[in-house]
Design a protein around this ligand. Structure first.
Ligand code: CA
Ligand code: CA
Length: 299
């Protein structure tokens, strides 16, 4: 099986990046990923890290998928996510919803044993690994891996998990898929500034869809389909994600925008993915049964 090692990392998703590997439509590929601190934090005593110039949110790749052309959609099935045996969190005095509470960076390293994290002597948490950064090369200017946008990127959506399928736009020949920034666990919003940051490896199957109408980035996960949109404000991102789903549902309902709107109000859920990145991310979810009821099969 094709494997891309964590030596191949970048902090920008860009159509000029040199491919780390080439594969065919339908191939299965393993991405080895570094943690978002670029492996720089190895001790709680040194929260500022041990590397002089760590990459911010390094993403492994890019993978060139033969046959992917601008305008296509890349289907990425997340077959497996394996995380390392310890994760890291760090407070920030400059970023996050309540950063004013901290005057310095404090790091904690959490061992993971049998998918359990001992948070403190009172509380044990079960991990739920997810991918923070996953995207194709944008059609326009390159975008740093700290930023989510129309190409995917740092969406920090905690529903991008094993068993889910993500649909991303193809902006350049070969799509150039990259990913990294795994979290062993993260709540909606990622409010402090980070998840349980961790290295690991992700196994995906990649397929190229031609003439595909899905509103990317689009996710099928745990019985729900979601549009995922990022913008300067949550208001804007929420409106964009809802509108994308409304327009898509209207097509599924053969142009019946009244019913599509009513159904959205009845059954769609709006959720905040993250509020801590340069653009904020919101998803709007609809149960898959709705598409099935109207005979629409998500490709
Ligand atoms: Ca992130
Ligand atoms: Ca992260």
């Amino acid at each position: 099986m094709l494997r891309i090692s964590k030596e191949h990392v970048t902090d920008i998703l860009d159509k000029n990046n040199v491919p780390a590997a080439y594969c065919c439509d339908g191939d299965t590929v393993v991405f080895e990923t570094r943690d978002c601190y670029d492996g720089s934090i190895t001790s709680e005593e040194r929260p500022y890290g041990d590397k002089p110039d760590p990459l911010e949110n390094p993403a492994t790749g890019p993978l060139y998928i033969n046959g992917a052309k601008p305008g296509d959609v890349l289907k990425v099935e997340i077959l497996d996510i394996v995380v390392a045996n310890q994760g890291i969190m760090r407070t920030s005095p400059t970023a996050g919803a309540f950063h004013e509470a901290y005057d310095t960076k404090t790091a904690r390293i959490f061992p993971i044993v049998n998918e359990q994290v001992q948070f403190d002597d009172k509380l044990t948490l079960t991990i739920d690994p997810m991918i923070g950064v996953i995207g194709t090369a944008p059609s326009g200017e390159g975008i740093l891996t700290e930023t989510p946008d129309y190409h995917g990127g740092n969406m920090d959506c905690n529903k991008i998990v094993k068993g889910s399928t993500l649909y991303l736009p193809v902006g350049t020949e070969g799509a150039l898929l990259s990913m990294g920034d795994l979290h062993a666990l993260m709540g909606d919003g990622e409010v402090m500034i980070c998840g349980l940051e961790i290295s690991g490896e992700v196994t995906v199957r990649v397929s190229v869809l031609k003439n595909c109408i899905l509103p990317t980035p689009f996710l099928v996960s745990r019985g729900k389909a979601s549009t995922i949109q990022s913008a300067k404000t949550l208001d804007e991102a929420g409106k964009m994600a809802a509108t994308k789903m409304f327009e898509f549902l209207s097509v599924v309902l053969h142009g019946n925008i009244v019913n599509a709107g009513m159904l959205m109000s009845l059954k769609s859920d709006m959720a905040v993915c993250q509020v801590v990145d340069p653009l904020k991310t919101v998803r709007v979810e609809l149960p898959l049964e709705i598409f099935e009821a109207y005979g629409y099969q998500i490709p």
